[in-house]
Design a protein around this ligand. Structure first.
Ligand SMILES: Nc1ncnc2c1ncn2[C@@H]1O[C@H](COP(=O)(O)OP(=O)(O)OP(=O)(O)O)[C@@H](O)[C@H]1O
Ligand SMILES: [Mg+2]
Length: 288
């Protein structure tokens, strides 16, 4: 079982959008639960403005002033939400996904919105979100705009590969901090067997072995967190449907890291969950 080294630092990325404001609130709440410092990061990307003849910057650096305003507004949200949390605003020049990736090296978790100010209006997730969730070295929590009622339950996706272990560890820690029930969701499906209808599956037996797999996988964390109440939820369903089908305060999945390029580091289930969940989603990178 892997131990998690805590750095006592939560980072939230802001761009002035409603989703980023919701991310600041989530991050402030979590920093308050763990006693961590909250660093609010805004990446100032001059690149889109560097088209000669299109934008003539005056003597005053208007981009810098705009960036400072974004940070100030985010800082005010964090301070009014959690006055006791130590808040440090930070302006960094560079492309947002690169800046957040670099910052994440030092953090316990990185919190971002599902989308931002820019973007293609019909896209379900912003490009910074997709890239960051796929490659950040720490857990990435993706938050949507809008307020939510507390349900008192969080959920984690458990499969039969070791790659979900960091997600399970994060889930137990979160459930312990929140005093929340932890729902362990495992979805299984029989292969489509239209061409071999004679193949017979004993559904009860599959359910029993899957319950056993889930119990074995969480046993080491259960021993460390006896205070966390568990609900085992084994379903014959597509994993994205199973994971997004029950209302909860936080949904935790592994990232299924596979290779070295961009959003392909996110497995199809993690991607589907990020697209379709209505609650905050934590993507926790597996060992690669
Ligand atoms: N410049 C930035 N600095 C810090 N964090 C950022 C920045 N831009 C985006 N983010 C973070 O990423 C989240 C998602 O924004 P993203 O930029 O991916 O979406 P978008 O603007 O809708 O689309 P796109 O930028 O791909 O056109 C934001 O809510 C914010 O948390
Ligand atoms: Mg953007």
């Amino acid at each position: 079982m892997k131990r998690i080294t805590m750095t006592g630092l939560v980072i939230v990325g802001v761009d002035g959008s409603a989703a980023a404001a919701a991310a600041v609130e989530w991050a402030a709440d979590d920093a308050s639960r763990t006693g961590a410092e909250l660093r609010i990061v805004h990446a100032l990307d001059r690149h889109p403005y560097n088209i000669a003849g299109v934008v003539a910057l005056g003597p005053e650096d208007v981009l810098l002033r705009g960036a400072a305003k974004v940070l100030e507004a985010a800082e005010a949200i964090a301070r009014s939400r959690q006055p006791t949390v130590q808040v440090v605003p930070q302006l960094v020049e560079g492309r947002p996904a690169d800046v957040l990736q670099e910052q994440a090296q030092q953090a316990d978790e990185l919190v971002i919105g599902d989308r931002g100010l820019g973007g293609f209006t019909r896209a379900l997730l912003g490009s910074v979100t997709m890239k960051t969730a796929g490659q950040a070295p720490c857990p990435v929590v993706v938050v949507r705009a809008g307020s939510r009622e507390r349900i008192g339950e969080i959920a984690v996706g458990v499969d039969d590969s070791d790659s979900c272990e960091p997600a399970i560890a994060y889930a137990f820690a979160q459930a312990g901090l929140r005093g929340a029930t932890l729902r362990l969701i495992h979805a299984w499906q029989v292969p489509v067997h239209a061409f071999a209808p004679e193949i017979y599956f004993d559904v009860d037996e599959i359910h029993a072995t899957r319950h056993e797999m889930v119990r074995e996988r969480v046993a080491p964390w259960e021993a460390r967190h006896p205070e966390v109440e568990l609900v085992e939820d084994v379903q014959n369903a597509h994993p994205v449907d199973a994971l997004t089908g029950t209302a909860c305060d936080l949904l935790i999945v592994g990232s299924h890291g596979r290779g070295a390029f961009g959003s392909l580091l996110l497995g199809s289930v993690s991607r589907g969950v990020l697209h379709h969940a209505s609650c905050p989603v934590a993507v926790v990178r597996g060992r690669t």
